[in-house]
Design a protein around this ligand. Structure first.
Ligand code: TXA
Ligand code: MG
Length: 324
């Protein structure tokens, strides 16, 4: 049975005991809910993969609560990365570095690197600290589906598969962490996320590189991901093709109610046109549209700057790059 527990100190402590026993639990971070297990316990790691039906080749992010823990996870920290983590941690920046041999290969899908981040959410930090070890955690959703930003959404996806969901309310940012990787003197952006690319570039004084061909390294970068069950299309302009005339359509609009088309349900990401607010609402609005018995979901494009880059990345994957 899966229980949703209010994330007070008593229950965070209970969850930390479960982690120590090799069980897996869901908990809030500032980005999305994570499904956590003891990084050093291969059985716990296998449970995470099973609960999510996640392919074994897709590595997990390791969550730490202080800089001391970082030493148990990675071998070395390049200077540029040191600077970035001093500025952005705790926070939604994930760095991929050479892994410490203590980290079981299940966590990193056999790669010699490990993805690590120090979350900012007080419940996540408290949980890691009480567990007294780093916690490996992917987003707490079945593989390929929408990322959960509330305990209820975790429940819907993983009911019966985990014992405990720590409920810390809706996650404040709503979009996953930005993932970067230093390599050959360059820094690669593996996944746009809640830390804006522009802010990272300002600090390192150079542009982030993008890998041309998505590699197995970051399956989050494969074309189909973050997908609702209802087919989703991205709108090129402000016209709905004739063939959709009699269909039940919901729209995820950016900042105002569309004056074109006829929609059964309208969700507006941010009436102020604020990308931070849009990010916070993004997954929960998609969940709502997905559960509204619609034939199709249409989504408007958002500006390709700041957080808009991460939102467009998720929309392209949710639509499998289908524009109409
Ligand atoms: O905000 C977040 O990052 C959330 C919260 C829970 O922390 N976590 C999250 O994890 O989004 P997940 O598993 O859904 O996405 C992690 C991504 C995957 O696309 C994975 O392929 C990539 O990180 N990744 C993990 N380890 C990697 C590595 N060693 N090299 C390259 N990519 C890696
Ligand atoms: Mg995920």
């Amino acid at each position: 049975m899966t229980e949703i527990l209010k994330a007070d100190l008593k229950n965070i402590y209970l969850a930390s005991q479960k982690i120590k026993e090799g069980k897996i639990i869901a908990f809030p971070t500032e980005t999305v809910y994570g499904l956590g297990g003891d990084v050093f316990n291969p059985e716990a790691i296998l449970k995470i993969f099973e609960a999510k039906k996640r392919p074994k080749f897709d590595p997990l992010i390791v969550h730490i609560c202080n800089f001391q823990m970082l030493e148990e996870v990675v071998v070395e920290i390049p200077k540029e990365i040191e600077k970035l983590i001093q500025i952005f941690w705790p926070g939604p920046l994930t760095v991929v570095l050479k892994k410490n041999e203590k980290i079981p290969s299940h966590v990193t899908a056999g790669l010699s690197t490990v993805a690590v981040r120090m979350p900012q959410h007080p419940i996540a930090l408290r949980l890691i600290s009480l567990s007294d070890r780093p916690i490996a955690a992917p987003s707490a959703n079945p593989f390929g589906k929408l990322s959960p930003t509330s305990a209820a959404q975790v429940f819907r996806g993983l009911e019966g598969k985990i014992e405990i969901i720590l409920d810390g309310g809706p996650t404040p940012l709503g979009i996953e962490s930005t993932i970067i990787k230093p390599e050959d003197g360059k820094i690669y952006l593996l996944r746009p996320g809640s830390i804006c690319v522009e802010d990272i570039e300002k600090i390192v004084g150079k542009r982030l590189e993008i890998k041309k061909v998505p590699t197995i390294e970051a399956p989050g970068s494969f074309p189909s991901h973050y997908a609702p069950s209802t087919p989703l299309f991205l709108l090129k302009g402000k016209k709905i093709p004739e063939e959709f005339k009699d269909k039940k359509i919901g729209i995820l609009a950016f900042k105002s109610k569309p004056e074109y088309g006829k929609f059964k349900k309208v969700k507006i990401l941010s009436p102020k046109g604020d990308l931070l607010e849009a990010g916070k609402n993004f997954f929960s609005y998609l969940f709502e549209l997905d559960n509204s018995n619609l034939d199709y979901i249409f989504a408007e494009k958002v500006p390709l700057k700041g957080l808009g880059l991460a939102i467009m990345d998720r929309l392209k994957k949710a639509s499998q790059n289908k524009f109409i």
